[in-house]
Design a protein around this ligand. Structure first.
Ligand code: ATP
Length: 219
């Protein structure tokens, strides 16, 4: 169990904070708006009304020992930058921050923020991806063109043999197969797929697109 701080409890910050709590971490949530703090206070380890642009306030909150601090202030760029500057001065280990614009992103990069998040854009990309590849229920970018995708077998693929499907894309690797609660890592190529089965597949975007076409053809 680690300790995290989330500064700014709008919809993005509140989601990050409650997800971290769900993962059994300690989370201190900070927002200058009383209403946002009250809304979430019973779901976090601590929720504090404070102005994160005030370095003394941040020091008093004792967040120096946090594993990471997430700055989820987007609209008020000045507040976001000041807050990051103070966190840097305080020697915080890892800072992740939300950016609203290219300029905001550039400044955060120069300040040495470890990860910059663009929630709206990231969500837009994810929505577009799921519209293009509806069989992909989740995916993760490993590096530029390299993905890990979770595919759900639809009724139209029911009864297909695993190797019959994967022979279309020999370059990709099936990492695991899940049926109900049963997870298999060493896969029988003759496995007959059933509706609702989950496959986790790893590969480059181009062969994964070919696999997606196969799904569309057989739909
Ligand atoms: P979201 O999209 O996550 O709802 P938003 O873009 O609508 O956020 P933002 O302006 O990014 O809103 O602010 C997120 C939160 O940060 C708000 O709840 C706001 O009260 C809080 N916040 C803004 N400035 C400060 C500050 N100086 N100190 C602490 N919290 C702040």
């Amino acid at each position: 169990m680690a300790q995290f701080a989330v500064i700014g409890l709008g919809s993005f910050g509140a989601t990050v904070a409650t997800e971290l709590m769900g993962l059994k971490h300690d989370v201190i949530g900070i927002d200058s708006n009383k209403k946002f703090v009250e809304n979430i206070s019973d779901q976090l380890t601590h929720a504090v009304i404070a102005d994160a642009t005030d370095e003394h306030v941040l020091q008093e909150l004792n967040i120096q020992n946090c594993e990471a601090v997430v700055v989820a202030i987007g609209e008020d760029i000045e507040a976001s930058i000041l807050c990051v500057l103070h966190l840097k001065n305080m020697g915080i280990n890892k800072i992740w921050a939300k950016a609203k614009s290219k300029a905001h992103h550039m400044i955060l990069t120069h300040l040495g923020v470890d990860k910059i998040i663009h929630p709206e854009e990231d969500m837009g990309v994810r929505v577009a991806q799921s519209l293009s590849y509806p069989m992909v229920s989740r995916y993760m970018v490993l590096e530029d063109d390299h993905y890990l995708v979770k595919v759900e077998i639809k009724e139209s693929q029911q009864g297909t043999r695993l190797n019959q499907m994967m022979d279309h894309v020999p370059e990709v690797k099936t990492i695991l197969h899940k049926r109900g609660t049963d997870i298999q890592y060493s896969l029988d190529p003759n496995l007959i797929l059933q509706t609702g089965d989950i496959l986790v597949i790893e590969g480059l975007i181009e062969p994964l697109r070919r696999l997606a076409k196969y799904f569309k053809v057989s739909n």
